[in-house]
Design a protein around this ligand. Structure first.
Ligand code: NDP
Ligand code: HSE
Length: 435
């Protein structure tokens, strides 16, 4: 049987890994796919560098559009990244009637609706397992394994770079910049590491997970995003003392009024599964009404873990080539004409618990006044500690609240900060029990 011809766009961390895994496991992969999967053309910027890895038998060039328009190519694998050239390439590949495999979450989170619509109209597949949580087959799990369920929420650590940074800062007491440089050297970080640190990469992935879980359009612009750059080392330590760890979480939750879609640092109980996901590892918890909670854990970035998902998509596409387009698994898990328009909730309407830390003058009546502000906002105090601060007449207060509406918490914070005896701004970090 003739082999499947693949055009590979990009031969960096993920492209290089994909080439290596396909070459090393060629026989095993062919036994699974039913056909040989052969990379016949590659496009990169630095052709000489690529030639060293590929050897003489593969055509290498600097124009990825030539690959996309080559009639002999069956599947285009886009591993260039970004949402400009990559968007044009993917749309052109679809227009040429080629199936696409991509790891590009930025592209799909922003242009997914356009790309999936174009692919459905042309009857081709766009597979993107590597775009969310690297080597973890979370898309397959949600799209196929959990189809019986009404999914209630998905919560995960879906950015390896920030989890690596938070873990190393906590366990080795290393400064932020040192750990970021290590993550970059290990190939975890995005081309622009602010995407990692500011939560944007996690929000790209979460946007895709929300669509798969709830059958809603891809709406990256509606996601609430807060990164780790303004986290204080003091809060990481205090959280530890209180029995929590701070993780950058992506959370999407179905509520009666709409869907929560948010990425931000959160205190999670130290005994919880997610709190113990360390280093560059990723983990995603999914709660379905029938199955309960399921956990998916593994390497969320890096050369071969990510290639593992790219190659799995290549095998899937190869197996499904001869199936009628209507009989294939829908791109976003739900049939395109059965998508929902449930609104994404504003962050003001989110309900969760909160950690609040601030300094006050250590004098009578302070706690009573603060408790009154919280009570008036309908915010119930779960626990409170007072600790001495550097100056003798100042105390530091830490409140852990029960679940409350974010709008009320923000209004209470503004009132607290305006009280005459309050001596600092209020540090507010959300808390998730993940129960
Ligand atoms: P790299 O920067 O390591 O590789 C990018 C590749 O694309 C390079 O080979 C580069 O060529 C090539 N390239 C860039 N622009 C062009 C162009 N205009 N024409 C032709 N080739 C071009 O990126 P990664 O491999 O890390 O990431 C690729 C994708 O995978 C991104 O979408 C990323 O978000 C995603 N991803 C990455 C993960 C990771 O662990 N790194 C994990 C999961 C997803 P040259 O080398 O010659 O410059
Ligand atoms: N920069 C990403 C991360 C790569 O750190 O998780 C995988 O998407």
């Amino acid at each position: 049987m003739e082999s499947i011809k693949v055009g590979l766009l990009g031969l960096g961390v993920v492209g290089g890994g994909t080439w290596k895994v396909l070459a090393r496991n060629a026989r095993e992969i062919a036994r699974r796919a039913g056909r040989n999967i052969e990379v016949t053309r590659v496009a990169v910027r630095d052709v000489a560098k690529a030639r060293k890895l590929l050897g003489p038998d593969v055509a290498v060039g600097a124009d990825p559009f030539e690959v996309v328009r080559d009639p002999s190519i069956d599947i285009v694998v886009e591993l260039i990244g970004g949402d400009t050239v990559a968007r044009e390439l993917v749309l052109e590949a679809i227009a040429q009637g080629k199936h696409v495999v991509t790891a590009n979450k930025a592209l799909l989170a922003k242009h997914g609706s356009e790309i999936f619509a174009a692919a459905s109209a042309r009857g081709v597949m766009v597979a993107f397992e590597a775009a969310v949580a690297g080597g973890i087959p979370i898309i397959k799990a949600i799209r196929e394994g959990l189809t019986a369920n009404r999914i209630e929420w998905v919560a995960g650590i879906i950015n390896g770079t920030t989890n690596f940074i938070l873990s190393e800062m906590r366990s080795r007491g290393l400064p932020f910049a040192t750990v970021l440089a290590e993550a970059q050297a290990l190939g975890y970080a995005e081309a622009d590491p602010t995407f990692d640190i500011e939560g944007i990469d996690a929000a790209h992935k979460l946007t895709l997970l929300a669509s798969l879980a709830f059958g809603i359009p891809v709406q990256f612009d509606r996601a609430y995003i807060e990164g780790i750059s303004s986290l204080a080392a003091e809060d990481i330590k205090l959280a530890e003392r209180l029995g929590y760890r701070i993780k950058l979480l992506g959370i999407t939750k179905r509520r009666p009024e709409g869907i929560e879609l948010r990425v931000h640092p959160a205190l999670v109980p130290t005994r919880s599964l997610l709190a113990n996901v360390e280093g560059a590892m990723n983990a995603v918890l999914v709660r379905g009404d029938a199955v309960g909670q399921t956990l998916y854990y593994g390497k969320g970035a890096g050369e071969e873990p990510t290639a593992s998902s790219v190659v799995a998509d290549l095998v899937d596409v190869t197996r499904l080539l001869t199936a009628d387009p209507e009989n294939r698994v829908p791109h976003l898990a739900f049939q395109p004409d059965a998508m929902d328009d449930t609104p994404i909730l504003s962050i003001d309407d989110v309900r969760t618990s909160y950690y609040l830390r601030f300094s006050v003058a250590d004098q009578p009546g302070v706690l009573a006044d603060i408790a009154r502000v919280l009570a008036n906002g309908g915010i119930s105090i779960g626990s409170m500690i007072q600790q001495p601060s550097e100056s003798a007449d100042t105390a530091e207060l830490i409140f852990l609240t029960h679940e409350a509406v974010e709008r009320n918490v923000n209004e209470a914070i503004a009132k607290i900060e305006a009280l005459p005896f309050v001596r600092s701004s209020v540090t507010r970090i959300r808390m998730e029990s993940l129960a």
